[in-house]
Design a protein. Structure first.
Length: 226
């Protein structure tokens, strides 16, 4: 029996009104991601990868078409419901880390749980477990500017999974890292998929990065290549 999709896109189009002619970022994209998969969305810069991940996260809405999460269409959700979905069910890792500079590493990782209203003692335990698993315990009280790029990205991954989301989206997470740090982050994503069962969608332009995934979806000019 096939595993039902955790998220699906059906004939999704996204356009932006910039200048006299709208920019088509995605054109009739249909895709299913099943629970437990590690899928790489691969293509050159500007092909629509980031747009696709933003739509999957409910950060943006499609111009046409439908997106569904665990069978429930995004079109049936208001902004409050989408915000709750992102907070509780979807983890996002960005290329530029997006750590808050006025918070320590531990506070950055804890932030999603604090926003969700978790008890402080539970937050402290979950954060300690998360950063220990990523070899960041000695950095828990460091500020972001005191961390290497690889450490900041591992902290960003810890923050993304601290709520134990159903779906983990990684948008060019190795784009600002050297090869060694990049491989460490990709290995971490692969481990989260294989050992922890996370469903991972990785957007990348790198064939090497995409090789860590189970399945590669090629995107060009806003369309999936067969």
């Amino acid at each position: 029996m096939r595993t039902p999709p955790i998220i699906h896109l059906e004939q999704v189009t996204k356009s932006y009104d910039k200048g006299p002619q709208p920019i088509l970022a995605l054109q009739g994209v249909s895709l299913e991601i099943r629970r437990g998969e590690f899928v790489a969305v691969m293509g050159p810069s500007g092909c629509g990868k980031s747009t696709m991940l933003h739509l999957m996260a409910g950060i943006d809405r499609p111009t046409s078409g439908e997106i569904g999460f665990e069978g429930k269409p995004f079109s049936a959700m208001d902004e409050t419901q989408l915000t709750r979905l992102r907070r509780e069910r979807v983890g996002i890792v960005y290329q530029l880390y997006n750590l808050l500079p006025h918070l320590t590493l531990g506070e950055n990782v804890a932030l999603p749980l604090l926003l969700a209203g978790s008890l402080l003692r539970d937050v402290q335990q979950r954060v300690a477990e998360a950063i220990q698993g990523l070899d960041l315990t000695e950095r828990i009280n460091h500020w972001p500017h005191q961390l290497s790029g690889g450490e900041m990205q591992r902290a960003a991954v810890a923050r993304a999974v601290i709520t134990r989301p159903s779906l983990l989206l990684a948008d060019e997470p190795t784009g600002n890292l050297d090869s060694k740090a990049g491989e460490a982050v990709l290995t971490l994503l692969q481990t989260l998929n294989r050992q922890e069962g996370y469903t991972v969608v990785l957007a990348t332009h790198s064939q090497q990065a995409a090789s860590y995934a189970q399945r590669i979806v090629h995107l060009r000019d806003g369309r999936i290549l067969e």
